[in-house]
Design a protein around this ligand. Structure first.
Ligand SMILES: C[S@@+](CC[C@H](N)C(=O)[O-])C[C@H]1O[C@@H](n2cnc3c(N)ncnc32)[C@H](O)[C@@H]1O
Length: 316
């Protein structure tokens, strides 16, 4: 959670200051999902289960929350939270899976559910991931240049940066980071890697700062924010994952079921908007955004956009 909004402002920098994970647009998400007792609800990006816990309460003991995450470690956090609320006797059962949301069909088959009633996707990276320097997402604290959401994925950010061509690197930083100094940054990275491999987040952050003209080094956000965001999105193929995840969600939803998506990046929001228009009946004519009160409490919410659509009922 974490990316640039339409003005090129980044949510990442705020998340860096956010010590505890707080679910974004929580009440609005619960509302658009129209939760009822006994539903089967998929949280395709369960993370720390901030949303999932409230969903579990809303659908009650007869319901089921199926949670997926690419990050196996974070599922332990989700498990503790969901077990806690389940123990009250007032919340749904749950089933957690280390899986990309694109594999939703297979996961539902594993739990014996051919269909689900609701799907939530809350995109991007969790503050729990950002807060751990050893995961390599942060430019604020030095760590290995990793950035993999799934620690078992084959290519880290360091691996990717070692081989990517200068043109592709510049295009990635421009498109996914909305960074107008992308060419200078890509040139600097490619020159530096000829001397020594770039393997630490601190090294990369320094290179970005050095590449920028002096006037661009002291903005409202850290100067490496956009470059880190772009590299993270490329390493994790976040746009490809989003397209596959949206399709999987709609394939698995029962007719009349609802898909809600929270995005933090203008490109992602565009993908979501077009997909929902093409495949469902959109219930959010305009994206739902956070109130000033939520943004003050949780600055990460500033770039969040929530959209929701209903899968068409089959004609009689
Ligand atoms: C913004 S956090 C979700 C936070 C969660 N809604 C909460 O309230 O605690 C996004 C989570 O999605 C996971 N994720 C990102 N892309 C994914 C994908 N393609 N499939 C499954 N999980 C993914 C990340 O690992 C991260 O834990």
């Amino acid at each position: 959670m974490n990316e640039s909004d339409e003005q090129g402002n980044s949510g990442d920098v705020h998340e860096e200051r956010q010590p505890v994970h707080e679910p974004v647009l929580l009440s609005q998400t619960l509302q658009v999902l129209e939760l009822q007792a006994g539903l089967v609800v998929v949280d395709g990006t369960v993370g720390a289960a901030g949303h999932a816990v409230e969903i579990a309460k809303a659908i009650g003991p007869g319901g089921l929350v199926v949670g997926l995450d690419r990050d196996e470690e974070i599922l332990d956090v989700a498990r503790v939270a969901l077990m806690g609320v389940r123990a009250t006797g007032a919340a749904a059962g749950f089933s957690l899976h280390h899986s990309p949301h694109a594999r939703l069909r297979e996961v539902l088959a594993e739990v014996g559910q051919p269909r689900c009633d609701r799907v939530l996707l809350d995109l991007g990276v969790s503050s729990l991931q950002l807060d751990r320097p050893e995961r390599g997402f942060s430019f604020m604290a030095d760590g290995p240049l990793d950035m993999r959401m799934d620690a078992g994925a084959p290519e880290s950010a360091a691996d990717w940066l070692a081989t990517v061509g200068e043109r592709e690197l510049a295009d990635t930083i421009y498109q996914l980071g909305e960074e107008r100094h992308s060419r200078r940054i890509a040139r600097r990275i490619v020159e530096a890697r000829r001397r020594a491999p770039i393997v630490r987040t601190g090294q990369l952050a320094d290179l970005v700062v050095q590449a920028l003209p002096p006037a661009a080094r002291h903005g409202r956000i850290h100067p490496a924010t956009r470059t880190f965001q772009a590299i993270r999105m490329a390493v994790n193929d976040e746009l490809g994952e989003l397209e596959r995840g949206l399709q999987a969600a709609f394939d698995c939803l029962a007719p009349g079921g609802r898909l809600a998506v929270i995005s933090f990046h203008s490109i992602e929001d565009r993908v979501v908007k077009h997909f929902l228009r093409q495949h469902g009946r959109v219930v959010t004519k305009k994206p739902i955004v956070a109130t000033p009160v939520e943004i003050r409490r949780n600055p990460r919410a500033r770039s969040a956009k929530l959209r929701c659509a209903i899968k068409a009922e089959v004609a009689a």
